[in-house]
Design a binder for this molecule. Structure first.
Ligand SMILES: Cc1cc2nc3c(=O)[nH]c(=O)nc-3n(C[C@H](O)[C@H](O)[C@H](O)COP(=O)(O)O)c2cc1C
Length: 191
């Protein structure tokens, strides 16, 4: 117990020293999802419905892209055995949406930026529907080396990022979701 209190006290001190802050009170206004989102940690089992997926994927399609090129391709991995080889130890019902584009996923900078925006739209749309979501780039090398054929990417496409989506209990998950964020003071200037 004493250790926990000490740990929190140190965190608070470091937080102040580095000009950082925890996420504030939950916003309820029109930008609520953009302001309140967090990377889910404690996914629970339970299916993501096709209706939810359709809305999430449509939000991805709606993302802006340079010259409206829309370079992305979305692969929905519902097969649990395959998904678990990419992100281990997922509860039943979690799905992955892999965002790929023409190129190797490392040097195709223009496609990567556009795909990043589609990734964020998918991530936010899931949370707007009350689901949990988390972006991953860690498994990209493994995907691009081992799973491109199994995943059915178009020829010459490489994975850029994936979004894991599943059910969460927000009250439980949010307890561990108070990541620090830099402060406005340390991040913004005006001229
Ligand atoms: C481009 C990108 C790549 C990420 N890759 C991973 C990953 O490979 N594994 C992982 O557990 N989380 C990954 N994350 C999640 C971040 O760790 C998380 O968004 C960040 O720590 C902020 O967490 P919070 O929103 O809960 O505060 C990634 C996030 C982004 C935006």
């Amino acid at each position: 117990m004493k250790k926990a209190v000490l740990f929190i006290a140190v965190l608070v001190m470091l937080n102040g020293a580095a000009g950082m802050s925890t996420l504030g009170a939950q916003e309820t206004g029109p930008t609520a999802v953009i302001s309140n989102h967090y990377a889910a940690r404690n996914f629970t089992s339970g299916a993501v419905t096709q209706g939810e997926l359709d809305r999430i994927l449509t939000a991805g399609l709606r993302a802006p892209s340079a010259s409206n090129r829309q370079p992305w391709y979305f692969t929905v991995v519902r097969n649990h055995a395959l998904a678990n080889q990419i992100v281990p130890n997922m509860p039943d019902g979690n799905i992955l949406i892999i965002i790929s584009a023409s190129g190797d996923g490392k040097t195709n900078v223009r496609e990567i930026l556009d795909c990043g925006l589609a990734t964020q739209s998918i991530y936010l749309a899931a949370q707007a529907l009350g689901l949990g979501s988390r972006i991953y780039t860690g498994p990209m090398d493994t995907i691009n080396r081992r799973f491109k054929t199994d995943l059915g990417f178009p020829n010459g496409y490489g994975a850029v990022a994936l979004v894991r989506i599943g059910r969460v209990q927000p009250d439980v998950d949010a307890v561990s979701a108070a990541s620090f964020r830099k402060s406005l003071d340390s991040t913004v200037n005006y001229r």
